[in-house]
Design a protein around this ligand. Sequence first.
Ligand code: C5P
Length: 233
Amino acid sequence: MSGILERVIVALDFPDGESALRFVDEAGGRLTWYKVGLQLYLSEGESIVRKLKERGKKVFLDLKLHDIPNTVKGAVRAISRLGVDMITVHATGGGDMIRAAREGAGDADMIIVAVTILTSLSHEDLVSFGYSLDTVSIVKNLSEISLTAGADGIVCSPLEVGYLKNNLNGTFIAVTPGIRFSEDAAGDQKRVSTPEEAIAAGADYIVMGRSLTAAGNLRERLDQLGSIPFPRP
Ligand code: C5P
């Protein structure tokens, strides 16, 4: 049994590379995985990926690709040259789009995870789209479509991960954003839980942004996180 710090992916939602790398350097060797999202990638481009890799970090490029299959295939082919370790596509792009993403990745050693329903969406939002099933069933359907089409895993809220791990066939990677320490505000996230709850429910990786990047007491927060056992190999 080991601590969970190697399973924590920090969302580097910073406006520029300098502030992102200041955080990375402050955390030093205690954290391995970093998520580069739209904001940072659009401001810094591939140089931020290179700088993280130079520091020996694993990079999750979270561009949440969602387009027609041919376009996504080309985009993933371009990403596969960057040397990132994990990428996202939207599950609602459908099975053909995810198959195309897999083809675009070719031989690159890159985990592809499909975002099911954003953790910032509530059940009421889904009803307003016209979705009539309960949230967990929609997430399960999207997960099945994604995994059948060749995704290595899925992104879901910590509230759904336990159900998915118990009700989907085969092994798959579950990544859960929407993580908050019990004393933190949820902010724009709607479907949230604590790191302990997410890991206990079966999350393989937890994505944490503002609870770490906006905390004044990073060292204490990492101590708090590091003391949580990760119960799986
Ligand atoms: O600051 P916070 O912990 O809410 O950041 C969560 C991160 O996870 C953000 O970078 C967001 O883009 C990402 N994310 C999410 N919900 C998803 C997929 C990714 O919040 N379904």
